[in-house]
Each structure stands twice: as structure tokens, then as C-alpha cells.
Design a protein around this ligand. Structure first.
Ligand code: NAD
Length: 336
């Protein structure tokens, strides 16, 4: 099985690209594993879970809360899970975020691994060791940074991923290209959602390229003191819009990226805003929204990237090169 090992501050993570869930027993014995998944995955891929001790959650962001953590911990106790148990999240970002968090607190920490099944989880959520849950309106308010032991990629899961979830994943892929990888931006311009869905080799290369891009950013700055912040491109306004307008995450980030691209022109020579919007539209993402500025600004102000009266905003110098700009809240309000 092709394996790449990536080192982080405290640990190393094995990435099994182009792999199969059926190869999991070669990584660890079944008796030491408990799989955590959601009902969508469990019903769409029943064979994959056969013979595995599995806990099945209800799907959706609403489940990424403390009540789910408590319920899973009780099931782990019932199943006799101990420090020799590895908890394996098989699912989208909700399942992987929960898995990492629960494994980090159960018995003060047991090992965990991920089998990401949504495009977004493959290129983004399963990578980097951020685990956690939401508290009320506040996303990822409670959690920890701890790396999984392994990430196993099985593209067969993507056969059942709804199109709207593919589009969510492409928002993060376009974000990666915009901040760090101009050649990938051009490759995305030359292709389409359909061409990636049809061409397995092209898709697999794209997933690997994005997984490695994010991994390298995290390796250089695991605890988000500098460059890791660039991954928040489009997310400052995006998160505020997502909460207030109940938008899919990818749509909110896309609108946030367009706004950040416009803002970039005030602080750098960036001129490719229209090119970014064109690419987002090409992948089915929205590029604008009529929103009420004041309530959005009230949420935006409590973003984790705020420092007293300034916001650290991720902007673009050019396609493939991002930077962080301190912007006063007043200035930001005027520009929005
Ligand atoms: P998700 O886990 O809710 O999955 C989206 C939907 O797709 C769900 O209904 C799920 O059941 C379904 N699904 C997933 N894989 C499927 C498949 N193969 N076939 C059929 N249905 C499938 O959401 P997501 O978009 O994968 O991830 C979003 C979450 O990830 C958010 O909670 C976000 O905060 C988190 N996230 C975390 C990080 C991080 O660094 N930890 C980064 C980005 C996002």
C-alpha cells in the first residue's frame, strides 16, 4: 500500500493515498479498532463496515456538539475501549473533527485515524490535527490540536458523495490554489467539476496535491502563529455569512474569497479578482450575496483573527501568493 510519512511537531502521520478501506486490517487488527461514522456513510457503503466494531452517528453539523461526545464516550465504555483501542473516523469533516476530539479526551487520549469520505475532508478537514466541536453559534469553539496516526484515502467513497458536497470541497481547493499554487489554479481553469468526477487519475492527483499543500503549511506552522493563518483566506467574512444566512460552507467561503480579493486591491497590486470569480462560478460556487452589513459585521468582529481594534485579514498579492494584512475594524467596515 503506498504510504507517505509526514512529520509534525510531536508525531508523524502516515498518509495512505490511493488506498482502500479493505486494507485497514494491514494497519491495525480489527479487535483494536472502533470505527465512528454517520448514517449516510453506513447506509451507502454497508459492505465497508462489515466485520468492524462501528458506532453510527446522525449526520450533519448539528451533531458536532458536546452531547454527541458524551453519547460516544458512553458507547466506548460499553464496548470496553481502552488505551489499546484506535478510534477511526470514517466520514466527512464532522465525523473526523469529532473523532479526533473524542479520542483526545477519552482516557486522556487514545490513538485515532481518519478515512475521509467527502472531498472537503480529503483535502482539508482530516489534515492538520485540528479537532473539536461547536458551541451554540460558535464553530469549533472547543477542541485541541492533535494529529491522527494515519489518514487513509479510499476514493471509492466519493461515488456516493452528493454534488453539493463536491462543490463545497472545490471551494477549499480553489482557496489552496489562490493562496499557494498558481499552476493548480491554471489546471482548475482548464478543467471542470465533471472532468474531475470522470477522470479518476486526475482527481486522485488533485486530492494528493491539495492534501500535501495543506500538510506543508501545517508542518511549517502547526500552532498557527504565522503561515497557517493563510488557510483562513475567505473564511473571516465566510464564517459570518455562513452563520447568519445558513449558507453551505463552500458558498460562504467563495463569497468571502471574492470580498477578500476586492479588499486585496486596496493593499496590494492584486488585479485578478474577476479571474477568481470566474473560476468559482465554473465550479458552481456563488460569488456574491445581498447581505445586511451591520449584523454581519457584529459576527465578523468576534472572529478568532481579531486583535483589539484590528483584524488580521488574509489578502492576495497575486494568484498563488497570499499575505496577512492588519486592517482596522473601522476601515474594514467602510470597505465591506
Ligand atoms: P460533513 O461531514 O457534514 O459531510 C457533508 C455531508 O456529506 C454529510 O451529510 C455526510 O454524511 C455526507 N457524506 C460524506 N461523505 C459521503 C460519501 N462518501 N457519500 C455520501 N455522503 C457523504 O461535512 P464536510 O463538508 O465533510 O466537513 C465539514 C466539517 O469539517 C465542518 O464541521 C468544518 O468545521 C470541518 N472542518 C474542519 C477542518 C479542520 O482542520 N479540522 C477544516 C475544514 C473543515
Amino acid at each position: 500500500m503506498p504510504k507517505k510519512v509526514f512529520r509534525f511537531t510531536h508525531t508523524a502521520v502516515d498518509y495512505y493515498f490511493d488506498s482502500k478501506l479493505s486494507l485497514l486490517p494491514t494497519i491495525l487488527p480489527r479487535k483494536n479498532a472502533i470505527l465512528l461514522t454517520d448514517e449516510h456513510l453506513f447506509s451507502a457503503h454497508p459492505k465497508q463496515f462489515k466485520g468492524w466494531n462501528t458506532i453510527v452517528l446522525k449526520p450533519g453539523e448539528d451533531q458536532k456538539v458536546q452531547a454527541t461526545v458524551n453519547a460516544v464516550v458512553e458507547q466506548l465504555i460499553d464496548k470496553g475501549a481502552d488505551r489499546t483501542t484506535t478510534l477511526i473516523g470514517v466520514g466527512g469533516g464532522v465525523v473526523t473533527d469529532l473523532t479526533g476530539y473524542i479520542a483526545s479526551i477519552y482516557m486522556r487520549g487514545i490513538p485515532f485515524g481518519f478515512v475521509p469520505t467527502s472531498l472537503l475532508a480529503m483535502v482539508d478537514a482530516s489534515i492538520g490535527g485540528k479537532n473539536g466541536i461547536d458551541v451554540g453559534l460558535y464553530k469549533n469553539m472547543v477542541g485541541c490540536i492533535r494529529q491522527p496516526q494515519f489518514i487513509l484515502y479510499d476514493a471509492a467513497f466519493l461515488s456516493t458523495l452528493p454534488d453539493k458536497e463536491w462543490i463545497n470541497g472545490f471551494a477549499e481547493i480553489i482557496k489552496h490554489a489562490a493562496i499557494k499554487d498558481a499552476p493548480m489554479f491554471r489546471q482548475l481553469e482548464a478543467n471542470s467539476l465533471l472532468s474531475y468526477q470522470k477522470k479518476k487519475v486526475l482527481l486522485s492527483a488533485l486530492i494528493q496535491r491539495n492534501a500535501i499543500l495543506k500538510t506543508k503549511v501545517v508542518q511549517a506552522d502547526e500552532f498557527e502563529k504565522a503561515d497557517r493563518k493563510l488557510l483562513n483566506f475567505g473564511h473571516t467574512l465566510g464564517h459570518a455569512l455562513e452563520k447568519q444566512h445558513d449558507l453551505p460552507h463552500g458558498s460562504a467561503v467563495a463569497i468571502g474569497m471574492v470580498a477578500a480579493a476586492k479588499l486585496s486591491g486596496h493593499f496590494s497590486p492584486f488585479k485578478d479578482g474577476e479571474r477568481l470569480s470566474r473560476l468559482l462560478r465554473q465550479y458552481g460556487l456563488p460569488v456574491g450575496l445581498d447581505y445586511d452589513k451591520d449584523p454581519i459585521f457584529d459576527v465578523l468582529k468576534i472572529d478568532k483573527k481579531k486583535e483589539s481594534d484590528f483584524m488580521n485579514y488574509v489578502l492576495l498579492k497575486k494568484i498563488g501568493q497570499a499575505f496577512i494584512q492588519k486592517i482596522s475594524l473601522q476601515q474594514l467596515y467602510n470597505y465591506l
